[in-house]
Design a binder for this molecule. Sequence first.
Ligand code: NAD
Length: 260
Amino acid sequence: MSDEKTTESLEAKLASVREWLNAAQNVMVITGAGVSAESGVPTFRTTDGLWRQFNPMEYATPEAFHQDPVKVWKWYDARRQGIVAAQPNPAHLMLARLEEQGKQVFIVTQNVDDLHERAGSKMVVHLHGSIWRLRCERDGNIVENREAPLSEMPPTCFCGEVMRPDIVWFGEELPWRPLQQIDEYLMEGVGGQGSGRIDVCLIIGTEASFGYIIELAVHAREHGAKLVDINPRLTDLGRMADVQLAGKAGELLPRIVNRE
Ligand code: NAD
C-alpha cells in the first residue's frame, strides 16, 4: 500500500467508501470469521481463536472424525449451541440493509453460521458449508438439523451410518455447488440480472489465508470493483485493497452504509 493510502485519515477513507457504496448497484461481499466476532462467535486463528485452544487436526479433518465421531460431534454441538444463542451484529444488519436499498448484494462467506441470513441477507453462498447441515458419507444424504443440543449423539442417517457435519474440513476440496453459484454470479450477476460487473467488493473479517478468496477479490477488481477491506489487522488482502479500514466490522459498517 502506498504511503498516501496508509496515512489518509479514517474519516476520509470512510467518506470515500460511503460515496462508492451509495453509487454502487452491484456489491460483492466476502466475509470471514471476523464478521461474526462481535456476535460472540469465536474466530479461528486470532490470539483468542479456536485454533489456539483446539488442534484443528483433532476436530476438523475426516481422519479425526472417523477415529472418534463422538468427540468431533461434541465439539460441533457446543459450537452449534453458541451460534444458536448468538444474534446478528450491526455488520450483518448493515449488509442486509444494502440489499433492502435495492442493490444487488452477493455474499460469499467462509462462515458456517447463519447470521447473514438471520440478519435478512438473501443471496449468501457458504463456501465452507453449514453447521446446520448433516451429511451421510455412505449415501450422500444431506439433511438440515437445527437441534442444539443434538438429541442423538452422534447423529445417524436412516441407512444406519453416522452423519458428519456438512462442513469443509482441512485437506478437503471446496464443494462444487457454491463454486458454481459464484461462477454464475461472476458471469451474470445476482439471479442473472447483471452483467458480471462489480462496483464495490467488501472484504470483511478474514485473514484471507485461502488462495481462492484472494483470487475472487482480484477478479472483482479486474472487473471494475473498488476493493475495501475491513479488519482490525492489516492482512495481505488488506494491503492489496483500494482502502483498508482498520477496525471492527460492527462499528465501521454502520458508518459506511447509508441508513436513511
Ligand atoms: P480467521 O480466524 O483466520 O480470521 C479472522 C479474521 O477476522 C482476522 O483477520 C481478524 O483480525 C478479523 N477480525 C476479528 N474480529 C473482527 C471484527 N470485529 N471485525 C472485523 N474483523 C475482525 O478466520 P477466516 O479468515 O474466516 O478463515 C477461515 C477459517 O475457516 C480458517 O481459519 C479455517 O481454519 C476455518 N475453517 C474452519 C472449518 C471448520 O470449522 N471445520 C472448516 C474450514 C475452514
